[in-house]
Design a protein around this ligand. Structure first.
Ligand code: PLP
Length: 283
C-alpha cells in the first residue's frame, strides 16, 4: 500500500513519524474518514468542512491547502487502485519535546492512507446489528473529531465481548451517539428522530446526508434527543456513518426492536443513500 506521510507518497513500511509527534503523545490530532465507492469519494466536501472546523477548534493550522488535500486523497485512491473502502487522513499539531504547553510555530503533520473494505450491502446492512448501552465516558467536546478515541475503543471492546455489534452511549438519561456513528430512531407514526448537533456528539456527515434525503423525499424529521427506553420502544432504529452508511439496529441492550427485522423506513433510507452515493457526481 502506498501512503502519504509529511509531504511524500511512500510505501507504508517507509512512512515514519517522530515519537515526539503530539498526536502520538497527547492525542493532539484530528482526523477524517471518507468512504470510497466505485473509486469515487462520498460526501467529501462535508468531511473536508468538518476537518477544517476540527482543526480550527484546536488552533492547528491546515498544513496544506484544501485543494491539495483533495489531490492527495485522489492520488492515494489511484495509486492503491481503491474501488471500495475508505480514505483516512490525520493532522497532528506537530513535533516538540514533551510538554502540555505547545510552542508557537509548530509545523503540523499530515498523514493519509486508504483501507480497502466492502462498504455497500454488507451483512450488517442487510440483517441489522444489536447495540449495547453504556455510559458515555468521553470528554465534553465530542463535536471535534480528535484522534483521542480511547473511550470508544474501550466501550466497543466491551460491547463486542458482551456479544453486541456496537454500542450506543448514554449521558444524562439520553443517547448521545454510537461509538463511531450517529444514532437514529423512527417513531410509531413514522417520524425520523436524531439528536440536534451540539458539543455532546460528532456532527455526522452521513447524518447530514440522511437529513437532506429526508427533506428531499418528504419524510418527517425531528431533531431532538431520545432516551434508551424510547429507543427500545421505537418502531425502528438505525445508525449512520461514512463507513457503515445506513445500518439497521434490531436490538438495543436486551430489548428487541419491533419484530427484530430492519424496518421499512430504514430500508428506504438505505436505498436513497446508496442511490445518491452511486449516482452521478459533479465533475
Ligand atoms: N459519531 C462518532 C463518534 C464517530 O466517530 C463517527 C464517525 O466515525 C460518527 C458519529 C459518524 O460520522 P460520519 O457520518 O461523518 O462518519
Amino acid at each position: 500500500r502506498v501512503v502519504y506521510c509529511k509531504g511524500a507518497f511512500v510505501p507504508e513500511g517507509d512512512a515514519h513519524l517522530s515519537i515526539f509527534d503530539r498526536g502520538f503523545l497527547f492525542g493532539d490530532a484530528v482526523y477524517e474518514v471518507t468512504a470510497v465507492l466505485g473509486g469515487q469519494m462520498i460526501d467529501n466536501d462535508a468531511h473536508l468542512d468538518r476537518f477544517e472546523r476540527s482543526l480550527a477548534a484546536l488552533a492547528i493550522p491546515l498544513p496544506v491547502p484544501r485543494a491539495e488535500i483533495e489531490r492527495i486523497q485522489a492520488e492515494l485512491i489511484v495509486q492503491n487502485n481503491l474501488a471500495e473502502g475508505t480514505v483516512y487522513m490525520q493532522v497532528s499539531r506537530g513535533e516538540a519535546d514533551r510538554d502540555f504547553l505547545y510552542p508557537e510555530g509548530l509545523s503540523a503533520n499530515l498523514v493519509a492512507f486508504t483501507q480497502a473494505r466492502k462498504l455497500a450491502d454488507t451483512p450488517s446492512q442487510k440483517n441489522g446489528i444489536a447495540v449495547d448501552l453504556a455510559a458515555d465516558l468521553r470528554w465534553q467536546r465530542r463535536d471535534i473529531k480528535t484522534a483521542m478515541l480511547l473511550g470508544q475503543v474501550l466501550l466497543k471492546h466491551q460491547a463486542r465481548a458482551n456479544g453486541f455489534g456496537d454500542v450506543w452511549m448514554v449521558e444524562d438519561g439520553l443517547v448521545t451517539e454510537g461509538s463511531s456513528s450517529t444514532a437514529f430512531i423512527v417513531t410509531a407514526d413514522g417520524r425520523v428522530v436524531t439528536r440536534p448537533n451540539s458539543h455532546v456528539a460528532l456532527p455526522g456527515c452521513t447524518r447530514k446526508a440522511v437529513l437532506r434525503l429526508c427533506d428531499s423525499h418528504g419524510l418527517r424529521l425531528e431533531e431532538r434527543p431520545f432516551s434508551p427506553a424510547e429507543a427500545q420502544g421505537a418502531a425502528e432504529a438505525f445508525l449512520t456513518s461514512a463507513s457503515s452508511f445506513v445500518t439497521p439496529v434490531i436490538r438495543i441492550g436486551d430489548v428487541t426492536i419491533a419484530d427484530g427485522k430492519p424496518g421499512p423506513m430504514t430500508r428506504q433510507l438505505q436505498a436513497y443513500y446508496l442511490e445518491a452515493a452511486r449516482g452521478p457526481r459533479p465533475a
